[in-house]
Design a protein around this ligand. Structure first.
Ligand code: DX5
Ligand code: ZN
Length: 214
């Protein structure tokens, strides 16, 4: 599968409606929504009230990436705000199994996110619960960072793991994705690519989305 999930973190916060309508008309598949708490990651972005407005205009599923400690506390809040896919960090959950079940029970697709230094092997006992696994290809917290090349190995390791444990699970990659590394990531076995600055800093974001999918 080749899906693109542009990250609204790099959109114009002064006119989100404009950028969401551009994405609605583009070939993108999901809208990636980055929530940061200033504790799990150094940065603070936005929360449920803003997501409710994003949901009002979005015509594609909201792929909400929680970079917050103890995300299990907020599962129903993000459902109510409009999340369709909710991903939580392995490193931020004390009770990951409970949190993944809570996300499913709330009626959303669920996923685990791994930081660059967290091994794919740690998913052995949770990947069967996941609709998606998100591999960070930068250290989370900011847009516009450099892609970490070890991600290719992790995509291949994860392909092997899900082949045995959960063949329907999607592999998503987030951070420093651009038109140069996108074909290599798809080739390695990624299904969904998140792209923030590559899309929104380009002269023609809709055209860039099309090129990322090629
Ligand atoms: C980083 C976020 C990313 C970010 C990606 O912590 O999770 O989704 O928006 O931005 P780019 O594509 O610019 O690296
Ligand atoms: Zn993200």
């Amino acid at each position: 599968m080749k899906l693109i999930s542009p990250s609204l973190l790099s959109a114009n916060f002064g006119n989100l409606q404009h950028d969401i309508e551009m994405l609605n008309a583009s070939e993108c598949d999901w809208l990636h929504v980055d929530v940061m708490d200033g504790i799990f990651v150094p940065n603070i972005s936005f929360g449920q009230p803003v997501i409710k407005h994003i949901k009002k205009y979005a015509r594609k599923p909201l792929d909400v990436h929680l970079m917050i400690m103890d995300p299990g506390r907020y599962v129903t809040d993000f459902k109510e705000a409009g999340a369709d896919i909710l991903t939580v960090h392995y490193e931020a959950c004390t009770h990951l199994d409970r949190t993944l079940h809570a996300i499913k029970d709330a009626g959303m697709k669920c996923g685990v996110v791994l930081n660059p230094a967290t091994s794919v092997a740690l998913l052995e006992d949770s990947v069967q619960l996941c609709d998606v696994v998100l591999l960070m290809s930068v250290n989370p917290g900011f847009g516009g960072q450099k892609f970490i090349a070890n991600t290719y190995n992790k995509v291949r390791q994860l392909r092997d793991l899900i082949a045995h444990k959960n063949p329907d699970c999607l592999i998503e990659v987030d951070g420093g994705v651009n038109v140069d590394n996108a074909p290599l990531l798809f080739e390695a076995g990624a299904d969904v690519l998140v792209a923030g600055s590559a899309v929104f800093s380009s002269a023609d974001p809709a055209e860039t989305i099309k090129n990322l999918k090629k």
